[in-house]
Write a protein that binds this ligand. Structure first.
Ligand code: LFR
Length: 494
């Protein structure tokens, strides 16, 4: 295999980056060229992404990449959010952020039209208010779809601006809850029954395909040659992350750990049973026709938002110091069910956590360290429950848990997860998403092998750490039962 160099644009909800990726036999290297903070703006028109700025940052990154003479460019980002184009191909408005509260009530609206069972049978997706389906329905109700001709998920939108081509890459399309879980196309009938215009849905294609070639004007802005191929990667960041999970066995679970914790399995086919639906598991599309069978659980968002709020209130303590303090605290004082909808859009997370504790009778954390301990133990518990549920529902044995993404740098979270799951945790790579992006480009250009070969290359080249469970199996079972009981009672009361 020859040396292959590409540029990978990897956009996250709190930061974006452009890296140069180099791939050869025994070599997989990322060089970060440009990183920028990302956050939505709270405007009168709701919580919106400044996509024009993101676009400019991408071009700045590609300009830096031109020094590497990449053979291809690929873009991935978080899922479900999208831009709407009018009939002349212009963007109608800045895209909404999925945490915008306009989707409230939309699940109930959908239920009037399609049963939960049918929705799951057709789309295979977990019910989450952030899904594109609920967002589009909200747009439709407020008349915002009238002049819309095309809906493009964010990586597809950026690809369109780079190449002029319109399309929908299917790992990301599969997160919309509008895509056929068993086929390679949108669920047109369902979309019609929901009263949404099917004209919005661009033709779908698989990752690894050429998305188009760079427009001359992009060449002028970036120093990259016009005509350079833009490759459709697994454009859903989580799908890219799963590509770079360095698993050596099929009996693994993964946790892609960032703002969200995406916890699940890689399977050959979706699980669409009633039990799976009731457990709110999702079947998203992976590369090579695989299914990413997972649950979206609240992730480090809980911690990031605590830190943001504490800073707002003038606290100057660093995360490292708080984690050290949290590690020394006694275990299991306050543990929560993290998937409380109250956490999705809260703007004062420490208070939301305190309230959630008080509501279910867990001691309210009194110091930031106690809050951090509560968040990390609660996340580890969610990891445990989800890994076990996935293994049971898919009848798939798990002997190791791979943690990838930024959260895999958090030692305390990795150790708590190993203890909670009663399984070894292999932590890393933290940049799994960008690596997966690079690997899919390399494969498309004949410079990397299949899934298994890609995983071997990651394991061989990236620093990984292993956390063995240190005991506490009974305590974790007891905590799981306690949190489950709290939740049942809480539901009974409300
Ligand atoms: C992770 C992720 C999740 C998706 C959420 C919202 O970054 O893409 O997979 O459910 O963000 O887009």
């Amino acid at each position: 295999r020859t040396d292959f160099t590409c540029a990978a644009v990897d956009l996250g909800a709190s930061s974006g980056r452009v890296v140069a990726g180099e791939v050869a036999a025994g070599k997989l290297e990322l060089t970060e060229l440009h990183r920028f903070p990302n956050s939505p703006s709270r405007t009168e028109a709701g919580l919106r992404w400044d996509i024009s700025r993101i676009h400019r940052e991408v071009l700045t990154g590609l300009d830096a990449a031109s020094a590497y003479a990449p053979a291809s460019v690929g873009i991935d980002s978080w899922a479900v959010d999208h831009g709407l184009l009018d009939e002349t191909g212009n963007l109608l408005a800045e895209p909404y952020h999925h945490r915008d509260t306009r989707t409230e009530g939309m699940m109930e609206r959908v239920r009037e039209l399609v049963t939960d069972e049918e929705l799951y049978r057709v789309t295979g997706l977990q019910r989450l208010p952030i899904n594109t389906l609920y967002q589009l329905l909200a747009s439709e109700e407020s008349g915002q779809l009238e002049s819309a001709r095309t809906m493009l998920l964010l990586p597809d939108l950026l690809n369109y601006w780079l190449t002029g081509n319109i399309g929908a890459e299917i790992t990301n399309a599969s997160t919309t809850q509008l895509f056929d879980v068993l086929g390679d196309d949108w669920a047109h009938d369902l979309v019609r029954r929901l009263g949404l215009p099917t004209r919005l849905l661009p033709p779908p294609h698989s990752p690894g395909r050429c998305a188009g070639t760079l427009l001359a004007e992009v060449g002028t802005r970036t120093g990259l040659p016009a005509g350079l191929p833009v490759t459709s990667v697994a454009s859903h960041d989580t799908a890219s992350a799963v590509v770079a999970v360095p698993a050596a066995t099929e009996r693994f679970a993964y946790i892609s750990c960032g703002t969200w914790s995406l916890v699940g399995l890689e399977l050959d086919s979706p699980v669409l049973t009633e039990r799976s639906r009731a457990a709110n598991f999702t079947n998203e599309r992976g590369v090579e026709g695989t299914t990413r069978y997972l649950r979206n659980t609240m992730g480090l968002w809980l911690l990031q938002e605590c830190l943001r709020r504490w800073r707002e209130l003038g606290m100057r303590r660093e995360l490292g110091e708080l984690l050290e303090g949290a590690a020394r605290l006694p275990a299991f004082r306050s543990v929560l069910h993290t998937d409380d909808p109250a956490f999705i859009a809260s703007q004062d997370m420490p208070t939301a956590i305190a309230t959630a504790c008080a509501n279910v009778g867990e001691p309210v954390p009194e110091t930031p360290e106690e809050t951090v301990r509560c968040v990390l133990e609660s996340l580890a518990l969610a990891h445990r429950t989800t890994v076990r549920d996935a293994a049971r529902l898919a009848d798939h044995e798990v002997e190791v848990v791979h943690m990838v993404g930024g959260g895999s740098r958090n030692d305390l979270l990795c150790q708590l997860t190993a203890d909670a799951c009663g399984l070894p945790v292999v932590a890393g790579p933290a940049e799994a998403t960008a690596l997966g992006n690079v690997l899919v480009q390399a494969r498309a250009h004949g410079a990397a092998g299949d899934r298994a070969a890609a995983r071997e290359l990651v394991a061989e080249t990236q620093p990984l750490r292993r956390f063995e469970p240190t005991g506490g199996a009974q305590e974790w079972s007891a905590v799981e039962a306690r949190v489950h009981g709290n939740r049942q009672r809480d539901h009974g009361v409300r």
